[in-house]
Design a protein around this ligand. Structure first.
Ligand SMILES: Cc1cc2nc3c(=O)[nH]c(=O)nc-3n(C[C@H](O)[C@H](O)[C@H](O)COP(=O)(O)OP(=O)(O)OC[C@H]3O[C@@H](n4cnc5c(N)ncnc54)[C@H](O)[C@@H]3O)c2cc1C
Length: 343
């Protein structure tokens, strides 16, 4: 199997144990865990895993963490930021030791994936630990002989909060096709000559590839950050279908939550979403998956909510069948993962 060949990925996600091989301090609030799962058949840059902790009394808590390592690495890396009163992140940062085991399942979701095979320039926009899945993409890109022109625009509170700073700077120094732009929102060193404040339209115009070049754009960070940046990008004329978003935080509302099962909206949501786009009744429509060729009713698809709409996945192999992107400029339907839709 090649690094990005997913033909042998498991169809159903099962929990498995992974050994903690290393723990790396990245910043004062962030550590990376290097893990060796018992069975790992590969992942794509941008996917995430779920980690599940079980207490002695049987109480379980599970959270999602983006994969920071590229598919080419044998070991899996996740990068965790401390949430002070959190249930899971303080345990992962303070209690977990090298040699311990933890439970995980994955890789999960294909709606936020980039591989070297995709054409066009790459524009990555991160807020805080939203850098994690983008780092997997940059590491994957770095391993390739064909380095797509790329820009990373990365917003953190202070210089000390930039995760992977040395690695990013080293990548940018050795690669003329990679441009890294930091912006510090709260504290800047006295001699800081870089950007200050939040990412805004001007920063995007000055650093993104222009819309005419059709860059593939990936935005990851807290929900408010993702919503603001993707809104600016749409206003600036970037094709909404080229903008992929992932919220890396936990939201209080009932749709966005901190584990995949809580992101599921249910079969009725799929028919309601697709109904908006088609006059014929889609309740009985059948979708054929481009990846595994299985046929399922629209109501049986797995639906994930996202900041810009929703992603409808094959219930069998988790391939992204359709993306519904909802913007002030209109509703968009992308169906590249669907072989056919029969009414
Ligand atoms: C697809 C996906 C990928 C993710 N990838 C990463 C990753 O790579 N690295 C990472 O560190 N986290 C990531 N997360 C977030 C992670 O799943 C947990 O939500 C986070 O670690 C907090 O869990 P906790 O149990 O410590 O806190 P909880 O017990 O869940 O939360 C405690 C309190 O803190 C609030 N809170 C939770 N998360 C945050 C936050 N990020 N910022 C501010 N307040 C918060 C909650 O609303 C609550 O009030 C990801 C989430 C998703 C959905």
């Amino acid at each position: 199997m090649t690094a990005t060949d997913t033909s042998s990925l498991p169809k159903r996600l099962e929990w498995q144990f992974a050994r903690v091989c290393d723990i790396v301090a990245e910043t004062r609030r962030v550590k990376s865990l290097v893990l060796q799962p018992v069975h790992w058949t590969g992942h794509l840059p941008g996917q995430h895993i779920d980690i599940r902790l079980t207490a002695e009394d049987g109480y379980q808590a599970q959270r999602s963490y983006s994969i920071a390592s590229p598919p080419e690495d044998k070991l899996l890396m996740v990068t965790v930021e401390r949430v002070e009163d959190g249930e899971v992140s303080p345990y992962l940062l303070d209690e977990l030791r090298v040699g311990d085991s933890l439970e995980l399942r994955g890789p999960i979701a294909r709606h936020f994936v980039w591989t070297n095979g995709l054409s066009g320039p790459l524009c990555l926009i991160a807020g805080g630990t939203g850098i994690t899945p983008l780092m997997a993409m940059l590491r994957h890109r770095d391993r390739s002989s064909r380095r797509t022109p790329a820009v990373l625009i990365y917003s953190t509170r202070s210089l000390a909060d930039i995760v992977y700073r040395e690695k990013l700077d080293a990548m940018a120094r050795s690669d003329g096709n990679l441009h890294v732009v930091y912006t510090l929102t709260r504290e800047q060193p006295k001699d800081w000559t870089g950007h200050r404040g939040r990412i805004d339209r001007a920063l995007l115009v000055a650093n993104c590839f222009p819309p005419a070049q059709n860059p593939a754009i990936y935005v990851c960070g807290p929900t408010a950050f993702v919503e603001a940046v993707s809104g600016f990008l749409v206003e600036l004329g970037f094709d909404p279908l080229n903008i992929k978003t992932e919220a890396s935080d936990h939201q209080e509302d009932e749709i966005m939550a901190n584990n995949v099962s809580d992101l599921l909206l249910g079969g009725d949501a799929a028919t309601r979403l697709v109904q908006q786009l088609f006059v014929p009744d889609v309740t009985l429509a059948k979708v054929r998956c481009e990846a595994c060729d299985c046929v399922s009713g629209v109501g049986a698809l797995t639906v994930y909510a996202g900041p810009m709409g929703a992603v409808l996945n094959c219930a069998d192999c988790d391939n992204v069948l359709m993306r519904v992107v909802d913007t002030p400029q209109g509703l968009w339907l992308e169906m590249s993962g669907t072989r056919s839709l029969r009414f």
